[in-house]
Design a protein. Sequence first.
Length: 569
Amino acid sequence: MRKTLLTLAATALTTLAANAQSPMILGDNHAMLRIKQGTKYLLLPVQEKEENAHIAVTDSRNEMVRRLNVKLAVDKVDYLVPLEIADGQLLDITFHGDRRKTGAVKDYACWKEMKYSDTFDTTNREHFRPLYHHTPAYGWMNDPNGMFYKDGVWHLYYQFNPYGSQWENMTWGHSTSTDLIHWQPQPMAIEADWLGAIFSGSAVIDKQNTTGYGPGTVVAMYTSAGASQTQSIAYSTDGGKTFTKYAGNPVITANAPDFRDPKVFWHEQTKRWIVVLAVGQEVQLYSSRDMKQWHYESSFGREYGNHDGVWECPDLFPLTLSSQTSAPNSEKWVLLLNINPGGPFGGSATQYFVGQFDGHKFTCEDQPTETKWMDYGKDHYATVTFWGAPDGRTVALPWMSNWQYANQVPTMQFRSANGLPRELGITTADGETILTSRPTKEVDAVRGDRVKSLTEACEVVVDIKGNADITFSNAKGEELVMHYDQQKHTFSMDRRRSGNTGFSEAFPAVTVAPTYGNIKQLRIFIDRCSVEAFDAQGKMAMTNLVFPSEPYNTVKVKGGKAKVYQIKL
């Protein structure tokens, strides 16, 4: 995200009103605060090492309007987060830390630093914030949700915590773009209710008014995560800006602890909506005429692929074999299935299956024991596709992190970015169908002039003649080392000496990918804290985070030749 876009979510902080008035201390772990100031926000001080405090917000009639969990500062303020307020509201706050270690509630730092304001400062304070990848203006982000394309605009919703930069308080954040590179932050789209937090899901455009909300309505389906996980819908008649929740929610329930992440699509042959859901270690398929009444169709996966963790964020879509565009049976269906843990190098990753879907059942052509990975880095997860991408394209977007350390990476104003948008396809290699993944043409469009050395935001194109070694380094002696083995048909990336790796024992790693044949050209994208490598033919992808103390500025290649291009921001 461009630096200039960060100020669009809220203007720069100008003047602060006086500190919030003294709280009412009601016990060793209980306090209340009455809102009296006529301003838009109460700025809450956060200290990430503390336990979450539970805050219930009630209105002037003492009816609850919101509940949230915030790591309120005890002795040190890491950053502030905005809570939108109204006159007469009451904050009922319960702390859960160990009072013997933290001291008396009345002495907590949060009371001294809690302030009222009409604005919230989103000016970038992080030198690791990417320049051409999507990030939230502030707070925590994980899975991409509800992505669709309409009237020239790409809509990206995402799992968002507006009250801290670690996972909690799941809502749908919202950003928009006309080119998949430069993103405009939008107001929150769907917030938690009494059915639960708003977990991952998808959105579609109801062109034929099957739901009764009008042709062209945007309909979102998401998981309501309360005492149980159920599926709900909401609709938008203003192009995805605001949503109204369906009064009959939830629309699908099940006796299953992990029942989530609905991905909806229209199946033209049967004239029905299909939703694929992650349920423990399988997926379940349901069908509907109106997205309100759903019928169970089938299940898939219990004996297929990797089962070392919980299955999440599924997607199901057709693709045509690139080498057989006019041949019969050239269309195949791809089922994306994200898993955590169980990735090839620990933690979370995206596996996929290839087969056929007849409107009722997915049949896999792969062997049950075979596992195919979409990306062989450690930082590619929760990948799903946009509804309605133009020109018949299938465009996917991943979350660029790993659950092993996502909450600990060395940023605080925000955490997590999305990987580059990728256009998906299928081809054959060694007698089997594989998923191809290339940066989209929108990424191609921001390739700028050729430059002499690496920058913090650039593309490196490496023409390879045989075995190759590629090293990115800086003056601090930090380096990222890549190796292509032509005989073994593998590509590896070693980030063990890439910079700051000490925040997690799981972070230092060497990742290795099969290349499904020879690589002639690599495209490698650097953006401050990430490196994404693609075989130019799309048969290999690898995404890894890096946190060098200063940007890499030197590239050395043995067995090939590198060209460096700046990114037009």
